[in-house]
Design a protein around this ligand. Structure first.
Ligand code: HEM
Length: 70
């Protein structure tokens, strides 16, 4: 399906898929951290990745709502 006949703006579509990918990464990071010991720096790194991507998703949500309101 092309952008011309799907009815969805390319920015809306782009943000939608960005959300899907980011949410999978947010979830994946927090699930993966459990496989590492508490002393392993990888565990903390994955939790921080979860925080950062989670905040990014929330900021993108604001952008998405702004775009929708226009
Ligand atoms: C789109 C946003 C987010 C989603 C979908 C999400 C989802 C999740 C999920 C599924 C878990 C695992 C829960 C469990 O298995 O018990 C989790 C844990 C957690 N999340 Fe998030 N989260 C998001 C954003 C954030 C943000 C922005 C923060 C903090 C800045 C945060 C902090 C935490 C903490 C501290 C844990 C517990 C980690 C641990 O078990 O050590 N999350 N989150």
């Amino acid at each position: 399906m092309t952008d011309q006949n799907s009815g969805w703006h390319p920015v809306t579509k782009g943000l939608h898929w960005l959300f899907v990918i980011l949410l999978l990464c947010v979830w994946g990071a927090v699930e993966l951290h459990e496989f590492y010991d508490r002393e392993d720096p990888m565990r903390g790194w994955l939790v921080r990745l979860h925080f950062s991507l989670g905040i990014t998703v929330l900021l993108l949500l604001v952008l998405r709502l702004y775009w929708r309101a226009r």
